[in-house]
Write a protein that binds this ligand. Structure first.
Ligand SMILES: CC(C)(COP(=O)(O)OP(=O)(O)OC[C@H]1O[C@@H](n2cnc3c(N)ncnc32)[C@H](O)[C@@H]1OP(=O)(O)O)[C@@H](O)C(=O)NCCC(=O)NCCS
Length: 232
């Protein structure tokens, strides 16, 4: 079986979409068949002058169902309409299911953080860190700081995009990354994902190389970004 990687995926076949088209179309998908909430992204954005009313904590076993629902909802936002629907569905069913989150939580190399708001419902964002030497030779050559930790996932509910939730989650994630003893953190992100690239750049992740991988029968390129971690 072929799986999508656990990162934002760019187009698999055909011409690439422009970033804002990509984003809108994904939000259309999220809005569901009625398209009731279909609009420009800033319609969802909320700014909080008094601070972001979310808290961040480590995920536990009790969170796996909510994390799985959030992951299923947010993963398609990082994919273009060209991403084959069967690969997307297979990835969600087999990599973002509660059992997969349970396995990650039981893996000592893995750290899962979540952001939640005052409603106490499903999390509104999550990140996943993996403390391990990268197996991809392109990544291993590109990154400069060791030991290293990979920011494998960084996803925020679209209602919280532009709200500061992602920034708060990133602050906690960087602190947790530094707490693992790693000297650097790296991630792979599609160059088409302009919003995520701007977000990562603002949080100190600089482009240091590229990596390639196969989705179905098409090669994709990611930007490899890295930043140094401050010791806690
Ligand atoms: C990536 C993500 C976590 C960032 O959270 P966010 O709340 O959207 O981030 P912010 O609004 O704080 O920052 C986004 C930046 O992109 C900019 N931006 C927004 N749309 C953009 C676009 N189309 N092109 C370029 N930049 C854009 C914003 O202005 C902002 O930059 P600034 O703070 O310098 O003004 C969130 O968008 C998300 O979950 N996306 C879907 C999943 C995804 O792609 N995850 C990354 C996988 S590698």
């Amino acid at each position: 079986m072929v799986f999508l990687p656990c990162r934002c995926s760019s187009s698999v076949t055909g011409a690439p979409t422009r970033p804002h088209q990509h984003y809108y179309r994904c939000l259309d998908r999220w809005a569901g068949p009625t398209g009731a909430d279909r609009s420009r992204p800033d319609r969802f954005a909320r700014r909080y002058p008094a601070g972001v009313p979310v808290t961040v904590r480590r995920a536990s076993e009790a969170d796996v169902e909510g994390l799985s629902r959030l992951a299923a909802l947010t993963f398609p936002l990082a994919c273009t309409p060209q991403t084959p629907a069967d690969l997307l569905a297979a990835h969600i069913a087999t990599r973002l299911d509660p059992a997969s989150f349970r396995r990650h939580l039981g893996d000592p190399a893995c750290t899962v953080l979540l952001a939640e708001d005052e409603t106490g419902a499903d999390p509104v964002g999550y990140t996943m860190l993996l403390l391990e030497e990268p197996s991809d030779p392109d990544v291993a050559r590109a990154i400069r700081h060791r030991p290293t930790v990979e920011l494998v996932r960084c996803y925020v509910h679209p209602e919280h995009h532009g709200s500061g939730t992602a920034g708060l989650l990133m602050e906690h994630t960087l602190a947790a990354a530094a707490g693992t003893g790693a000297r650097g953190a790296w991630l792979g992100v599609s160059e088409e994902n302009a919003r995520a690239n701007a977000f990562y750049a603002r949080h100190g992740f600089e482009p240091v190389g590229r990596k390639r991988f196969l989705i179905g029968d098409a090669w994709e390129d990611d930007v490899v970004r890295e930043r140094v971690l401050r010791t806690p």
